[in-house]
Design a protein. Structure first.
Length: 209
């Protein structure tokens, strides 16, 4: 029986290199692969949404979709300068956007979609230190003393302050409270965490008279 020898042109069939496939990926395609991966981490819907929002900011700066071959560190450094000087965003805001996109390009490098570890030099910018001082016990007493808890609004304000002090819950989480999150008999509040996988966290509290 005559042996059949099959010949393949370069870039076709089994001869098609993995590098060629990766080179054909666009920035949008790589981001969708990144988000598919992030969704396996059981992140909260809000966190997933933030990745899309910050990617849109980056795309607005870049203008057109890019391929994995022509993405450079200069693009991301230019993005930082654009946010700081053209948009005049605060360093804290810039750093939030940088961290989200840095996670994306780190993923691209780890997966082999890009050849250069851009994320190593695409770092958060220096931001002013937070010098905001917290309330002292005396400050808290003064605040509570000026609230008229005979009024519904005053009583509501005191409850909010007590919950914040007793549980150290974030204001955004407190605002998102539902009746189902509070167990008066058990003496605890169940939070829906937004920055960690969505399992319930129990925060103890002591109901006040």
């Amino acid at each position: 029986m005559q042996k059949v020898i099959r010949k393949y042109k370069r870039g076709q069939g089994y001869g098609k290199s993995t590098k060629k496939v990766l080179d054909e990926l666009t920035l949008n395609e790589m981001f969708e692969k990144f988000m598919t991966f992030k969704k396996t981490e059981a992140l909260a819907p809000r966190t997933i949404s933030e990745y899309y929002i910050h990617f849109d900011y980056l795309k607005d700066f870049l203008g057109d979709d890019m391929t994995s071959e022509n993405i450079t560190l200069e693009d991301f450094r230019g993005y930082i300068g654009y946010m700081l000087h053209d948009k005049e965003l605060k360093p804290m805001t810039v750093n939030i956007r940088i961290r989200k996109m840095r996670a994306f390009i780190r993923f691209c490098f780890t997966e082999g979609y890009i050849d250069t570890p851009i994320h190593k030099n695409f770092k958060p910018v220096k931001a002013p230190e937070d010098t905001l001082e917290s309330f002292t016990p005396a400050d808290v007493k003064k605040l509570l003393n000026v609230i008229d808890d005979e009024l519904y609004t005053g009583f509501s304000d005191k409850v909010i302050i007590f919950v914040l002090l007793d549980t150290l819950v974030r204001i955004s989480e407190l605002v998102a409270f539902k009746r189902s999150n509070v167990d008066l008999k058990g003496g605890f509040i169940q939070l829906e965490l937004t920055s960690l996988p969505p399992f319930p966290a129990l925060v103890g509290f002591v109901p006040r008279a």
